[in-house]
Ligand binder design. Structure first.
Ligand code: FMN
Length: 200
């Protein structure tokens, strides 16, 4: 079992991310479950991809008009869950989601392949589309519109950074079936408290 001595959960995250990526490079380890308080009051979860993490938080990109975008506008408190089953590890993050500054979303959008850029224009996330044909027609329309041109970022598309207030690392030990949990909590002076405990 790995013991991390530092008091910084982002360093702890970085270490685990690297270890899991090295052990299982074929897994999509940046897939995380984003939970919001749903518009109907029930919690709602869906998978999004972690694209960057910094000392400040965890970044993903989406359609701001999607259901998750509307839910975050109503209540910015969210959780993120990484479940790395093959490494017996999970990480639960609680924090507040903030929109990234436009220039950072634009910078990331520019780095995306053309197909992904077009898909941001084509898809009406969270809305029912009557048929696949409608999507195909819309794709053709935008391919023609942006032919030989730089594809701009739609206004409604961009990133969120989830700034954590609590990060919990859980590592299962399959031999003795006991979990080692390390819980970090952000303190009023912006330092992190750290507690380690074992549970079944
Ligand atoms: C593997 C995988 C990765 C995904 N990554 C993203 C993502 O990075 N951003 C995103 O907006 N939706 C992503 N989705 C789609 C979301 O899970 C979700 O269906 C969509 O964003 C609509 O969610 P909402 O209606 O709750 O807003 C992904 C889905 C899967 C299966």
């Amino acid at each position: 079992m790995n013991i991390v001595d530092d008091h910084n959960p982002i360093e702890h995250f970085q270490k685990w991310f690297h270890e899991v990526d090295t052990a299982h490079p074929e897994d999509e380890i940046n897939a995380m479950l984003l939970s919001t308080k749903g518009l109907d009051g029930f919690p709602k979860s869906r998978i999004v991809l972690l694209k960057r993490f910094t000392w400040e938080g965890f970044i993903f990109f989406t359609n701001y008009n999607s259901e998750k975008g509307k839910a975050i506008a109503q209540d910015s408190k969210v959780s993120l869950l990484f479940n790395w089953t093959r490494s017996n590890r999970e990480i639960l993050i609680s924090g507040k989601a903030e929109k990234l500054p436009e220039n950072l979303s634009e910078g990331y959008f520019e780095s995306r392949p053309e197909g992904s850029k077009l898909s941001a224009w084509v898809s009406n996330q969270s809305k029912v589309i009557a048929s696949r044909k409608i999507l195909e027609d819309r794709l053709k329309e935008y391919e023609t519109k942006f032919k030989s041109k730089t594809i701009p970022k739609p206004d409604y598309w961009g990133g969120y950074i989830v700034k954590p207030s609590q990060i919990t690392f859980v590592e299962g030990d399959s031999l003795v079936r006991i979990n080692r949990t390390t819980k970090y909590k952000l303190q009023p002076d912006y330092s992190w408290s750290k507690d380690i405990y074992y549970s079944k």
